[in-house]
Every structure is written in C-alpha cells, then in structure tokens.
Design a protein around this ligand. Structure first.
Ligand SMILES: [Fe+2]
Ligand SMILES: [Fe+2]
Length: 348
C-alpha cells in the first residue's frame, strides 16, 4: 500500500527556513511595518523609485497553498519564472531580493505568477553568515568575522587561516577551480561555440576566472583576509585590517572583483602580499544556493527540490550564428526602427 505523503504548504517552507536561519524570517506583514525584523532592509542608491525593501519571507502566494516542487535560485527573472512554469514548480525560493516588474519581465507579480500557480519566497541578508561555505571553498577557516568593519553595516571582513592542504597560492586557486568543476564549464562553452557557430561566445563564469593579481603561484598562503569589494570596503579599511592582522600574507576578494590597477592590488604589491580574486557573483548559486537547497530537502523530505542555475552568454552581433535570426534582427531594425527614427528626425 502506498504511504500517505505529508502535505507541505508555503507556510511550512517559511517555517523550515526559520529553522535554517535561526528565526530570521518574516512571518507576518506586521513585522515589516513595525520595523522589528533587522533583516528587513532597504537597499537603495537613491535613484527615484528604484530602491527595494528586502523581506525574508513569503512575498507572493497563499501561505496555505500546497507545495510539492520547490525551485531554489539566486535571482528571480522572467526566465526563471518560465522555467518554473514549464517544470510545474509550485514555489521559488530566491536569494536576491525581488521587485515587481524588475524580477518578472516588466509586469506585476499579480498579473503573471497566478497564471502558473507560482509562489515566491525571498531570503537574502537573513541567509548570510549562517555557514562557512564561502571561506571553506576559498581554502581557509575563518577565525573571526566582522560584519560591520570600520563601522559600516554589511561591510564583512573574514580573518582566516589556510586549511590543511592549502600551502601555496597554486593550491588555493587549484582548489577553487576543482570544486567548481570549471573544466566542465569550459568544455560546455567550447561545445556551445561549435554548435552555434559562434567562436567568440562568452559565458559569465568562464569570463571571470579566479586570478592572482599580486604574488606568485609558489608563494606560501597561511594568514588570510577575505572581503567583498561591493560592501563598502575601502583602501583605508584594508590598511586598518593589515594593522590589526600584521601576520597577513594573502588577501582574497570575492563575489565582486577588482582589476589589476585597483588601489587594493597596488597596496598588496607594495607590501609583498598575495592578492587573489576568488569566485565571482556568478557562482553564488553553488556557494549559497546549493547548501540552502539541500537544507530544504532535509527538512522537507516529501518535497522535490531543484537547483535553478542561471547561465548567461554574450556574443558580438557580427558573430551571431543563426542566419534566420540575423536576417530577422537586421530587417526589423532597418525597416521599423532606424527608418522610423530617420523619418522622425527629418520631421523635426
Ligand atoms: Fe548572497
Ligand atoms: Fe549575492
């Protein structure tokens, strides 16, 4: 006889996430207006109408609605919504904050998501700092973490010591490449270039490999400072951190990156330190998404959990492989867009 399966609802998924986050989820909209949950945060550069309030909780959907198939992803987009629809997922749990229209192909959630019976939970800052995965992947064990270094909230600085087996820069970079299976991504890109006839096609993770910007591959790695340039970490912060931890031999930046000429790199070169640019934001789906997906599966064993991994590519117009699509794009542009513009300009 078939065993009866337990029915899971959106509310149960939020409860499971509350276990994972040690109670950081929003469980009622009152918490949002009352301002009592510290993980309800406004993110804004003060561009009118473009800021966002992050709310770790059920953003769209009925709490009592049944959930059988859950997708875990990083950033909600129309692609993810369409994939979820095609796969008949019930719920998307996404890491980055969602915004109506920005995350849903230019239309309000209310007009779009009900067509597919899709609910959305977001879980961003409330998921950060719960596990050591990111530092572990970068070959070190964090000894201390300051989440507001220099008094800047969210400005995270990890002080770590290299893990066993990570003795040199080469070990650290090799570990990153191996764990992320970059070889498969490389072969996938080569195959796609060949199949599409687009030799110059680029892909986000392959375009951003880990790199050594100061130091040598054979230099020892032991005492590590690891931070994230997009959190407001300044050159002064780096100087301050090096004063606090003078034993530092290696600096790692990850998620966001800096390039060769950046003052961080110049400082590392001047001090004879290794400077490593680690994983880019494109692989956060592995660093954070995968552990989150497994945690949900462990807490909700009767649900099916899927990892929604995004892959973004770029190709110069001159190299687009599909003749049909090139003719379409050029024809429409010439006959309806540019011609229209020329006429409009002539009419002024
Ligand atoms: Fe994150
Ligand atoms: Fe992120």
């Amino acid at each position: 006889m078939e065993q009866p399966t337990t029915m899971i609802t959106n509310k149960d998924v939020v409860a499971a996430l509350n276990i994972i986050t040690r109670g950081r989820m929003v469980t009622s909209w009152d918490e949002v207006s009352a301002g009592t949950n510290p993980y309800v945060v406004t993110k804004t550069s003060h561009i009118p109408g473009k800021g966002i309030v992050e709310i770790p909780g059920l953003i769209f959907g009925d709490p009592a609605k049944e959930v059988k198939r859950i997708g875990v992803g990083m950033t909600l987009t129309e692609n993810m919504i369409e994939l979820a629809s095609g796969m008949e997922l019930d719920l998307l749990v996404v890491h980055h904050p969602v915004a109506e229209a920005a995350s849903s192909g230019g239309v309000p959630f209310g007009d779009y998501l009900p067509l597919y019976g899709l609910s959305v939970i977001e879980l961003h800052e409330a998921f950060h700092g719960l596990h050591p995965g990111m530092t572990m992947m970068h070959g070190h064990q964090k000894l201390s973490t300051d989440i507001s270094f220099g008094g800047v909230p969210g400005n995270v600085l990890h002080k770590g010591v290299a893990l066993e087996g990570v003795a040199t820069v080469a070990d650290l970079l090799g570990r990153l490449a191996g764990w992320l299976d970059r070889d498969s991504d490389h072969r996938l890109l080569e195959a796609e270039r060949m199949i599409r006839g687009e030799a110059t096609l680029q892909e986000a993770t392959m375009a951003n490999p880990s790199r050594l910007l100061s130091g040598r591959m054979d230099k020892p790695v032991k005492h590590i400072l690891h931070f994230f340039p997009h959190t407001g970490f300044s050159l002064e912060h780096l100087e301050q951190a090096l004063l606090l931890y003078p034993e530092t031999d290696t600096i790692i930046v990850s998620i966001s990156r800096v390039r060769e000429g950046h003052p961080f790199v110049s400082l590392a070169q001047k001090r004879g330190l290794n400077f490593i640019v680690g994983n880019s934001h494109s692989v956060e789906i592995m660093e954070n998404g995968l552990p989150l997906a497994y945690a949900l599966e462990m807490l909700l064993p009767s649900a099916e959990v899927f990892l929604l991994r995004e892959r973004v590519t770029a190709v110069p117009l001159t190299d687009i492989g599909s003749r049909q699509m090139v003719d379409y794009g050029k024809g429409i542009a010439a006959d309806h867009l540019v011609a229209g513009v020329s006429r409009a300009v002539q009419n002024i």
